[in-house]
Structure formats: structure tokens, C-alpha cells
Design a protein around this ligand. Structure first.
Ligand code: DON
Length: 322
């Protein structure tokens, strides 16, 4: 208890004051009215633009939330970070990176392009994430792979809400020409691991990962697990190996915010990953995980309120890496 108290005093001078300041930032960002809800997946287009939720979970399990923190939403591309960390824990970073690089692509998240050695640029863009998803329990059948990934996500979330939105999955699969084109391109260039033959099955699994559901509270615990070296702050369970946990934060730092990643790391200086549902996780290493959710997106595809929140956070607290 004494050491906990000392630690809290060192890290967060007063929890109550900290929460008040977060609330002020939350309220300020609520007034932001720019951005557009993603329309390219019909189910996402129906999201309410007024939804705005913020949740924080510290590495010692203190929690605070504001707004729509328990409303479910899909992970979309936020899943790319967690799936990468899970796969790299299971088969090792070297095995994963024999198929995918670590360099920001400088292109749109679904661009049809490969790096100089014929691999997807990184696991945070569609090409890389599609390849990484094929490495997840590749020997199992589709149903077992889905069960497995659900179990692993739940562990990261300390048993809190992880669901699946079938309507989004079906709707995305029906509007996925770009991801099919990208995958056939990668097939032509022999990017897939040996044994992967069906583009249809591969993409089904990738769309299922994008359609996994969470809420701000639950995803903040997952982000806190990343902040805590892979140990879930609620359960104490070691869910990820140290190295993939460090690696995923490096990748989020350089490639997590689409083509805004350079500016985000410059201004905010924290690893983050966003998705087209308006979800976003931010990690303050060794301190806390944050989940922000608001559907209106800027031109780059990032949640407008979420990015604004991060800029305000950095003005208020000394969390920038440098
Ligand atoms: O592949 C797609 O189009 C989406 N389901 C993933 C979208 C997303 O959030 C993009 N991020 N990089």
C-alpha cells in the first residue's frame, strides 16, 4: 500500500485533480463539430456523429471515463495493433517481419503498394495487417482461429467487453473491392506465407478482426496492457511478450495514425492507433492507456475529437516522449 501510494504520488500528483483536468479537455473537445463519419462501409455511415467517449486506465488499474464510454463500436484498424502484438508474441517478431516491414508507407492505408523488398510497408496498413492476420494460428480452421483471437482480446481487456458486429462484417465484405484488389496484387507478388491460397478466407478473417467490437472502457484496459509491458492491470495476467509489446508501440508511434503519423508523433509524441469507426487508442508507456471514440473523421481518417483531445492533453500534462 505504501509503495502504491508513493507511486501514485510520483506519477499522478492528485487523481482527483487529474480527472478534473481530463474532464475539462473532454468538454472542450465535445464542442468540436468538424469531420465526417466514414461512409465507405454502410454500417459505419450510420454511426451518430455526436458520440464522444473517453476512458483512461492506469497501469495500476485506476479508471476514469466521460461521455459514451460504454457504447459499443468496432475496432476497425485499431485491431491491427493488437493482432500484430498477439501474433508476434506467438511466433516471434523475426517470423512476422520476414513478411512485413517497419517503415511508414507515406501512402493511404489501403494503397496498393509494396516496399523496396516487395513486402507490405508495416503491419498498421491494410496490406501488412492482411498478411499478419494469416499468421495467426495458421494451422487451425477458421472457427478456431476466431475463437482464439476473441479469447486473446478478452485477456488483454481483463475480461471486459469484446464482441462482434456481424452486420459490419457482412457490409464490409460486400464493399471490399479495394481489399480484394490489394490481396490479389500481394498474391501475384508472393507476399503471403506458403499454404495461404484463399484470398476469400484470408479477407474474411481480416474483416472479422475489423468487426470485433469494444467500448472505450474495455479498450482503455487493452491500451493500459500495452502501457504495462503486456501485463493486464486488472488481472495481472501476462498477455504479451515484452519484445512485441515494445515493437507494437514503436510501430504505432511511426505508423499508427495513417498519413498523419509524422505530424502526430511530432505534436503529441505518443504511440497511438486509429480506425475508421472513430476509435483511437493512445499509450503513455508505464503510466496509462487511453481510448477515445468519436465517429467524425478528418481528411486523413482520424477521429477529429480524438486528435484534438491528444493535443490538449499534451498542453496540460508532460506526456510527450521528448
Ligand atoms: O480495410 C478496411 O477498409 C477497414 N475495415 C479498416 C479500416 C481502418 O480503420 C483503416 N485503417 N488503417
Amino acid at each position: 500500500l505504501i509503495s502504491q501510494t508513493l507511486r501514485n504520488n510520483l506519477v499522478v500528483p492528485s487523481w482527483h485533480e487529474f480527472c478534473q483536468r481530463i474532464k475539462t479537455i473532454f468538454e472542450k473537445c465535445k464542442t468540436v463539430s468538424t469531420g465526417k463519419v466514414a461512409t465507405y462501409i454502410p454500417q459505419l455511415a450510420r454511426q451518430d456523429p455526436n458520440q464522444w467517449g473517453v476512458s483512461i486506465c492506469t497501469v495500476d488499474g485506476q479508471r476514469v471515463s466521460f461521455g459514451s464510454a460504454r457504447t459499443p463500436f468496432c475496432f476497425q484498424s485499431v485491431s491491427k495493433a493488437f493482432t500484430y502484438a498477439i501474433v508476434a508474441s506467438e511466433i516471434g517478431a523475426d517470423a512476422v517481419h520476414s513478411y512485413v516491414g517497419q517503415e511508414p508507407s507515406g501512402r493511404l492505408f489501403n494503397d496498393i503498394c509494396l516496399d523496396g523488398s516487395g513486402k507490405p510497408h508495416n503491419p498498421m496498413v491494410n496490406s501488412g495487417a492482411i498478411i499478419v492476420s494469416t499468421l495467426l494460428k495458421s494451422g487451425m480452421d477458421m472457427a478456431d482461429r476466431f475463437d482464439h483471437v476473441l479469447t486473446e482480446y478478452k485477456k488483454l481487456a481483463g475480461g471486459e467487453y469484446i464482441g462482434f458486429n456481424n452486420a459490419t462484417f457482412l457490409s464490409e465484405r460486400d464493399t471490399a473491392d479495394r481489399n480484394f484488389a490489394l490481396s490479389y496484387y500481394m498474391k501475384e507478388y508472393e507476399c503471403f506465407p506458403k499454404g495461404v491460397t484463399s484470398v476469400r478466407d484470408t479477407l474474411d478473417f481480416y474483416f472479422q478482426l475489423c468487426s470485433l467490437e469494444t467500448n472505450c472502457e474495455s479498450a482503455s484496459v487493452m491500451a493500459a496492457t500495452l502501457a504495462n509491458g503486456g501485463v493486464c492491470p486488472l488481472t495481472g495476467e501476462k498477455c504479451l511478450d515484452n519484445r512485441p509489446c515494445r515493437d507494437v508501440l514503436s510501430l504505432m508511434y511511426s505508423c499508427g495514425m495513417y498519413d498523419y503519423s509524422g505530424q502526430f508523433s511530432f505534436h503529441v509524441g505518443l504511440p497511438a492507433k486509429s480506425g475508421v469507426s472513430g476509435a483511437m487508442i493512445v499509450v503513455v508507456p508505464n503510466l496509462m492507456g487511453i481510448c477515445l471514440w468519436s465517429p467524425p473523421l478528418d481528411k486523413m481518417g482520424n477521429t477529429v475529437r480524438g486528435v484534438e483531445f491528444c493535443k490538449e492533453l499534451i498542453e496540460t500534462f508532460n506526456f510527450h516522449n521528448y
